[in-house]
Ligand binder design. Structure first.
Ligand code: MLT
Ligand code: ZN
Length: 459
């Protein structure tokens, strides 16, 4: 451990006591995320309970020039929380209080360690819900930091649309608030949305004011198989362009269907497939299902089945959310090399079809899934961590989807973020704007202590 880190730790011990941990096991847990990326150990892990403790940690680290790496549930996918330069990992799990729920204004105020499922359990009796649903039961602070989303973004938006205000401890240890509870505002720089997606490189989020949505009166789900990948994606494009307010529309290719069938006990036909969900009144969900059934039939869809059965729906969406683990289970000992591309919806079919052709021509096993209503899709290649040739092949395939996405006006990440894995693409996507990002970082964090070596310093 560096001398600077020991001094910062010594400063914090009297305040945090046994909530400042240097044991091997706890440091190891905070040395990785869910990605295949190499772990790196923090010098210590702090478990603050409130904003004042976060301020004390940041001040101690600023004084001694020690890295500070915010950590939520550890479910990020691109290396965001890996402390590549050591320092103190700040785990927000004990900041897990729901501070206020204000149904009249459809907002909730929470500490950053509250998870999305915890908030929804609390909201059950209010008639409201928090919509953003990444696969993992992620922490809301982490979801804001990564500008995360999931299956419902097509209808309710990502974290960008659902975070109204924040409290943040900046790299000098000052606590600020950004945004307000008002639905709109035309005052000041939009700092809320500077911190949403900053991946902990500009400060630590200590409180979030979130937008809630009414729980739908009726919900129906539907599954439909297609003769081709193109048919499935074109059906989605037409559905979105028609203006059907689908709550969810997920694409799973044949490989993904095999994986959900074997892992989650489903018996779906092995073919390119769409999972839909519709929200509204009973009559409106029936109408949406009927219109979408017609659209899918026009694109080679078959076996369209819709249902309002809550158990059936629960099983379907749980299987979808478990897909990451289902895919890993397919080749024991393997790692997943994941991709996360988002393109304008009109370009989605050509992008996914080309990505599937690339995988078919490759020796790797790979699948494509997608939150396709947003133009967002994921690739996942199963690679043997001891076979450099497999990693090289996965990187080659990734390069190709990135090139295609950028060539058609898309982005190299719809929801998984930059972390360390995507840093190499930042300049290709943003050009000279990366220099502006670096100037913002240098202005807010002149000592470079906040999640160093990542966005804002590199790329
Ligand atoms: C998902 O959509 O399931 C997540 O983003 C994780 C993944 O890429 O598999
Ligand atoms: Zn996803």
């Amino acid at each position: 451990m560096s001398e600077a880190a020991s001094r910062a730790i010594a400063m914090l011990e009297p305040l945090l006591g046994d909530r400042l941990v240097t044991s091997q096991a706890v440091r190891e847990h905070h040395s990785r995320d869910t990605s295949r990326l190499a772990p790196a150990m923090p010098d210590a892990v702090a478990f603050p309970r409130d904003e004042a403790e976060v301020q004390a940690i940041v001040r101690a680290c600023a004084e001694h020039g020690v890295p500070v790496v915010p950590f939520g549930a550890g479910s990020s996918m691109e290396g965001h929380t890996i402390p590549i330069k050591g320092g103190i990992s700040v785990d927000t799990r004990e900041m897990n209080h729901i501070i206020a729920i204000v149904p009249e204004d459809s907002i909730a105020v929470v500490q950053p360690g509250v998870t999305r499922k915890q908030l929804n359990v609390e909201l059950r009796e209010t008639g409201l819900m928090f919509s953003v649903d990444p696969g993992a039961d992620a922490s809301l602070g982490g979801m804001a930091s990564t500008r995360g989303s999931g299956t419902t973004a097509v209808r309710y938006g990502t974290m960008r649309e659902n975070v109204m205000a924040l409290r943040v401890v900046t790299p000098d240890g000052v606590a600020i608030h950004t945004g307000s509870r008002a639905k709109k505002s035309s005052t000041g720089y939009d700092l809320t949305h500077l911190f949403v997606g900053a991946e902990g490189t500009l400060g630590i989020i200590t409180e979030l004011t979130l937008r809630l949505h009414p729980q739908p009166e009726a919900v129906s789900s539907a599954v439909c198989s297609f003769a081709s990948v193109r048919g499935a994606v074109e059906a989605v494009i037409e559905t979105v362009q028609y203006g059907i307010p689908v709550a969810r529309v997920e694409f799973l290719d044949e490989v993904a269907i095999e994986n959900v069938n074997s892992h989650s006990g489903l018996t779906l036909p092995v073919a390119p497939t769409l999972f839909f969900e519709f929200h509204g009144t009973p009559a409106w969900v029936a109408e949406q299902s009927r219109i979408v059934e017609e659209i899918t039939a026009g694109h080679g869809g078959s076996g369209f089945q819709w249902s309002t059965d809550a158990d059936e729906r629960g099983k379907l969406w749980q299987a979808r959310h478990d897909l990451y683990w289902a895919t890993k289970a397919r080749r024991p000992g393997c790692e997943l090399h994941t991709g996360d591309i988002c393109v304008p919806i009109s370009k989605l079919a050509e992008n996914i079809v080309a990505a599937r052709e690339d995988i078919d021509a490759s020796p790797l096993i790979g699948q494509i899934i997608g939150h396709v209503g947003d133009g967002n899709y994921h690739t996942a290649y199963l690679i043997d961590p001891h076979e450099p040739a497999e990693l090289a092949e996965a990187e080659r395939l990734s390069e190709r989807i990135v090139e295609r996405a950028l060539a058609c006006g898309g982005t190299v990440s719809g929801e998984h973020g930059i972390g360390t894995a995507k840093l190499k693409y930042l300049r290709r996507e943003h050009g000279e704007a990366v220099d502006v990002m670096k100037r913002i970082k240098a202005a807010l964090d002149p000592k470079g202590i906040m999640n160093p070596g990542k966005m804002g310093q590199e790329g």
